[in-house]
Design a protein around this ligand. Structure first.
Ligand code: PSZ
Length: 488
């Protein structure tokens, strides 16, 4: 029954193309359509029910995932939104893409989904070849990959890798753990559980699990009441825009932040809590779409190498093509790949690419029950095939250029309201002059049927799917212009 339902969606998806011309995903509405207040009556009813079960204050509306299609999120009240936020940047091809729906009509893939293995112990026969042909084929120059469930869990385990590798380097040839190490680690004491740290940046977001939360610094509400670790936190550059007009000041900002990184490493080494790794986003996302220059990243990597710290680039939000390259850090011309690159969101499966040096010598050190989900690899396989066949990275560059120039034009016209348009590909942001204005713009855009996101104190961010095209950009820019024009 279920398979028949999926089959009919797959077949019909190709037939409803007359509604929109030249779209990459067939069957989308031509434009947003709003019929009720947001949230509408059906959403409100469901919200009441959900809220009696758990704290649901973050829920904006309930979606109808049967009806949502392509770049349009359709809610339970029949409102049709052009979605430029895509589930916090995690939908690669839009909703109900026929190639993704098709995946589990293949019975062997359905069985891989149903018989979910403990991948670290009893993987299916397809697992090594899928890791190679899907994940490693998209690797940013790193030879190994370890899969995980989500972004936080990918970074959490990447940090463990950094610590394990740091200690391996300290031990040198002596690969054996001492008796004291074995007993002291069991009571969370050194030398078995050593004093080591990960250097992160103010404004960063790397997750909400205990270790990653110690490196997340975007909002207090994420961290309040949770015990944390005294690890070094450096300032991430804060640039003045437009970049072309502020080259000297922005370069001075790079110098200042990098000098602080070196100072902190020395300070923490002296304190007896050496820095085993540096973690950084290529563009700080939750913290406000803060960019740093390629030179900043090149120099940061050199500093990490000089101090024997691993270099971890968190591509959970920036990865999978949204900046016009598969990995955002590929814009930076680093002299060698980072030691670790973590991913999740649009990649559908979480995990991290890593060097051979970052590979533990013993099994079971980076491990959990599921280590991801083979179903997600099969979906990712379909996604990457579409990305390649339809040259979606090129699409991202074209759509992104149109969006960015449109927003820049708005910024010029309404410089009392908007400033600092920035970003790469369709991973874009603009600041409103105050956070109240930012929230108001986002709210009124939603009422006009366009979903965008917020980040930092006063930024509006765009995180469309890779299938967001120029005609979608036109709609978004039109509605954005109306909203800004109507601002009182
Ligand atoms: O409020 C939240 O928990 C949010 S809002 C956006 C995110 C989380 N992003 C997740 C994220 C990320 O953007 C980066 C750069 N690194 C790690 C993470 C954590 O990923 P998840 O949410 O899958 O654990």
């Amino acid at each position: 029954m279920w398979a028949r339902h999926i089959n009919s969606i797959v077949q019909n998806a190709g037939k409803t193309g007359s509604r929109t011309a030249a779209t990459l995903v067939q069957g989308e509405p031509k434009q947003p359509s709003i019929k009720t207040d947001i949230p509408g009556p059906n959403s409100k009813k469901l919200l009441e029910e959900l809220n009696s079960i758990n704290q649901s204050g973050s829920v904006q509306l309930f979606a109808d995932y049967d009806k949502s299609i392509g770049n349009y999120l359709i809610d339970v009240d029949g409102n049709e939104f052009l979605d430029a936020f895509t589930q916090i940047s995690s939908v690669p091809l839009g909703y109900n893409h026929p190639e993704m729906l098709k995946v589990f009509t293949d019975e062997s893939k359905l069985k891989a989904l149903v018989n979910r293995p403990a991948l670290g112990v009893f993987p299916g026969n397809y697992w090594p070849s899928k890791l190679k042909s899907v994940l490693l084929a998209a690797s940013p120059g790193l030879p190994n990959v370890t899969t995980m469930m989500c972004g936080s869990c990918s970074n959490e385990n990447a940090y463990k890798s950094l610590f394990i590798t740091y200690r391996k380097h300290q031990r040198g040839e002596n690969v054996n753990f001492s008796e004291l190490e074995n007993t002291s680690c069991m009571i969370n004491q050194p030398p078995g559980a050593p004093q080591l740290s990960i250097l992160s940046f103010h404004g960063a977001f790397h997750g909400r699990t205990m270790g990653t939360l110690a490196t997340t610094h975007s909002k207090a509400i994420h961290k309040l009441d949770i015990p944390s670790l005294d690890w070094p936190i450096a300032h991430f550059p804060k640039y003045k825009y437009p970049l072309e007009e502020n080259i000297r000041e922005n370069k001075a900002e790079d110098d200042k932040c990098l000098a602080e990184v070196e100072d902190l490493i020395e300070k923490y080494n002296k304190k007896g809590v050496p820095v085993a790794g540096i973690v950084i986003e290529p563009i700080q996302s939750e913290g406000g779409d803060n960019e740093a220059s390629p030179e900043f990243f090149q120099r940061l990597q050199k500093i990490a190498k000089k101090h024997g710290a691993g270099f971890l680039i968190d591509e959970v939000q920036t990865g999978a093509g949204t900046t016009g390259k598969m990995w955002c850090h590929e814009h930076f011309n680093l002299e060698s790949p980072p030691d670790i690159v973590s991913f999740s969101k649009k990649m559908l499966i979480g995990g991290f690419y890593h060097s051979l040096d970052q590979r533990p010598q013993q099994p079971y050190r980076i491990f959990n029950t599921w280590l991801g989900d083979p179903g997600k690899i099969f979906l990712l396989e379909a996604v990457l095939k579409v990305v390649k066949e339809q040259n979606l990275l090129n699409q991202v560059i074209k759509t992104g250029a149109k969006l960015k120039s449109g927003i820049l034009a708005l910024e010029k016209e309404y410089s009392n309201l908007l400033n600092s348009t920035r970003g790469r590909g369709s991973f874009l942001a603009v600041n409103a002059t105050t956070s109240a204005l930012r929230d108001d713009i986002i709210g009124r855009l939603k009422k006009k049927g366009v979903i965008v996101g917020s980040c930092g104190d006063h930024s509006i961010r765009l995180r469309p799917a890779l299938t967001f095209q120029e005609h979608h950009a036109d709609i978004l820019l039109d509605r954005f212009r109306e909203v800004v024009r109507e601002t009182k």
